[in-house]
Design a protein around this ligand. Sequence first.
Ligand code: ZN
Length: 72
Amino acid sequence: MGDLLGVTVTPVQPYAATKEYLCPGCELTVPPGTFHLVVVPDEAPDLRRHWHHGGGQKGMRRQFGAAQASRR
Ligand SMILES: [Zn+2]
């Protein structure tokens, strides 16, 4: 994921996942207690998203890549 510029990806351990989230990559829920990733755009910390581990890299690149391209 080194080519994702301007995005901070943080792993969330199962014990730290206490809520249910909606993964924007596959539009399925990330259940509590699931290891997953938090993706935070550096320029827009409010837009943090919770992704399933490993499954959403293409979607991540599409979503955040497009957002960045439109800013430049
Ligand atoms: Zn997902």
